[in-house]
Design a protein around this ligand. Structure first.
Ligand code: SAM
Length: 275
């Protein structure tokens, strides 16, 4: 992959909001429609919908994580729409009737339990995608965003691997097979799971962005959350994490320093399909 970030659009550190706005920009939202956000997190996609449609929308957000549902409810305290509700729910078992929603949005919930994106084959029953298709109205449109590539996170993983090797902390095979911390997906695989669920008029493309961290500390703080494999592999041991930060990270990311800060590429797949 070409790693040049110079001419890419910049996303802020609050990239979830930026990508939610991008997703909403590309989808044909039905004014006054009933809109579901699957894996709503802190509600970024529904906030983008409310910005786009104003009061004219009926919004439902679901997430399997109850804490996220509370966060989303809080974010919506001051946003005025016709109706909004948030419910704790599993995407593979949506508690809605068939043909319930005009639009469904689904940002970054991860479909690697349905499709082996590395070896390009269907695994499992593709339940999440099938459930989304089932509750979408005939004639409605669903829109998805998912990760294709996150250079900042992959570099963090590489530096963790180097640290583990230098310290002889794990078997080579385990080091090679460390999780990448995010669901890395592909256009072809995503097309296949959408087709398998029954979607028509599938449109998929990817777009790359530049994320800039002002300092090593800013990058490190973000990686604590996004590159969770670091904390997890080091058993949340603060001394080891600090050693990794002090010894490996600054040298490892020096090559990414540009005028405004440490610059990395993030690539997102946007996918759309109708019923
Ligand atoms: C990376 S966050 C993205 C949040 C939001 N969609 C956005 O674009 O900003 C993914 C969210 O999906 C939720 N999620 C993942 N798998 C899910 C599932 N099977 N059912 C319901 N929620 C799920 C997670 O709890 C998390 O809040």
């Amino acid at each position: 992959m070409d790693e040049n970030t110079n001419n890419l659009p910049i996303v802020s550190l609050d990239y979830w909001s930026d990508f939610a706005k991008e997703l909403v920009k590309f989808v044909n939202l039905k004014p006054n429609g009933k809109i579901l956000d699957v894996g709503t997190g802190s509600g970024a996609c529904l906030i983008a919908v409310a910005d786009e449609l104003g009061e004219n929308c009926h919004l439902v957000g679901i997430d399997k994580n109850e804490a996220k549902i509370s966060e989303a409810r809080n974010k919506f305290k001051d946003i005025v729409v016709e109706s909004v509700q948030f419910r704790t729910m599993e995407a593979s078992n949506l508690k809605f009737d068939d043909n319930s929603f005009d639009n469904i949005l689904c940002g970054f919930i991860g479909f690697s339990d349905s499709y082996d994106f590395e070896n390009n084959q269907l695994i499992g029953k593709n339940e999440k995608m099938k459930e989304i298709f089932r509750v979408l109205k005939t004639g409605g449109e669903a829109a998805f965003s998912t990760w294709k590539y996150q250079q900042d996170i992959e570099i963090a993983r590489g530096l963790l691997q180097k640290y583990l090797r230098d310290k002889n902390m794990k078997k080579n095979n385990d080091i090679e097979n460390l999780s990448i911390s995010y669901s890395k997906e592909s256009i072809d695989g995503f097309k296949l799971i959408m087709k398998d669920a029954g979607f028509n008029n599938i449109k998929i493309f990817s777009k790359s962005y530049n994320i800039i961290y002002k300092s090593v500390d800013e990058w490190w703080n973000m990686m604590q959350y996004a590159a969770w494999v670091m904390k997890y592999t080091l058993n949340y041991d603060l001394d080891k994490l600090n050693e990794l930060k002090e010894t490996c990270l600054p040298q490892g990311i020096r090559a990414f320093k540009q005028e405004k800060g440490f610059s990395f590429k993030k690539s997102v797949i946007f996918a759309f399909g109708s019923k």
